[in-house]
Ligand binder design. Structure first.
Ligand SMILES: Cc1cc2nc3c(=O)[nH]c(=O)nc-3n(C[C@H](O)[C@H](O)[C@H](O)COP(=O)(O)O)c2cc1C
Length: 188
C-alpha cells in the first residue's frame, strides 16, 4: 500500500506552507496525498498567493470538498499514515480540541486521533490567548505534534523559501519521508 497522508489547509495565514508541502509530495510517487481545504483556507489562498484553490487542489492525489462528510477520509476504516493541518487556524484547532467536527477537515483530524495515527498541527496565530493555549495543550496531551511554523535561525535562512522548506521538511520527518529541504544540524 502506498503511504497515504491527509493534508488539511485551513484559513490561517501561511497557506504557502501547505501548498509547498503538496508540491514536494508530488515528487514522491510512493506517497498519496488526500487534500481538504476549508472555505476560509480557499479564501486565504486567493488573498495570500493570488492562486486559484482549484489549481492547488490539482496538486493532490485526491481532493475532497470541505462539506463532504461521506468522503473516504471521514472514516477510520480508510487507512492512512496520518494527517497534517498546515496551516491550522485557531478555529479548526478549537473544533479538533473539543471534538466538534462539523466539516471534513475537523472530522478527518478527529478520525486521525481516534485511530491513534500521527496528527501534525502547524498552528498560526499571534499572540495566543488562554483558550488557544489550552487547546494546544489538550491536543499535545493526545500526542498530536504541535509544529510551530517558526524557523530556527541557526540554519541561517537567506530567503522565505528557506523558512518554508524548513517547516515542510520538519513535517515530512514525522511521516518518515526522506528529503533534503534543509541542512540538518551536525553540531556546533
Ligand atoms: C488573510 C487571512 C488571514 C488569517 N490568518 C489567521 C491566522 O493566522 N490564524 C487564525 O487562527 N485565523 C486567521 N484568520 C481567520 C480565520 O480564517 C477564521 O477564523 C476562519 O473562521 C477559520 O476557518 P477554518 O478554520 O474553517 O479555515 C485569517 C483570515 C484571513 C482572511
Amino acid at each position: 500500500m502506498p503511504k497515504r497522508i491527509v493534508v488539511g489547509i485551513s484559513g490561517a495565514s501561511g497557506v504557502i506552507y501547505g501548498i509547498r508541502l503538496l508540491e514536494v509530495l508530488r515528487d514522491h510517487p510512493e506517497v498519496e496525498t488526500h487534500l481538504v481545504i476549508s472555505a476560509e483556507g480557499a479564501h486565504t489562498i486567493k488573498i495570500e498567493t493570488g492562486r486559484n484553490p482549484r489549481e492547488i487542489a490539482a496538486l493532490a492525489t485526491r481532493h475532497y470538498e470541505i462539506d463532504n462528510l461521506a468522503a473516504a477520509i471521514s472514516s477510520g476504516s480508510f487507512r492512512t499514515d496520518g494527517m497534517v493541518i498546515i496551516p491550522c487556524s485557531m478555529k479548526t484547532l478549537a473544533g479538533i480540541a473539543t471534538g466538534y467536527t462539523d466539516n471534513l477537515l475537523t472530522r478527518a483530524a478527529d478520525v486521525t486521533l481516534k485511530e491513534r495515527r500521527t496528527l501534525v498541527l502547524v498552528p498560526r496565530e499571534s499572540p495566543l490567548h488562554t483558550i488557544h493555549l489550552e487547546n494546544l495543550l489538550k491536543l499535545a496531551q493526545m500526542n498530536a505534534i504541535i509544529l510551530m511554523p517558526d524557523p530556527p535561525f541557526y540554519i541561517q535562512p537567506k530567503t522565505l523559501d528557506d523558512i518554508i522548506d524548513y517547516v515542510v521538511g520538519k513535517t515530512l520527518d514525522y511521516f518518515h519521508i526522506e528529503h533534503d529541504l534543509f541542512r540538518r544540524w551536525q553540531g556546533g
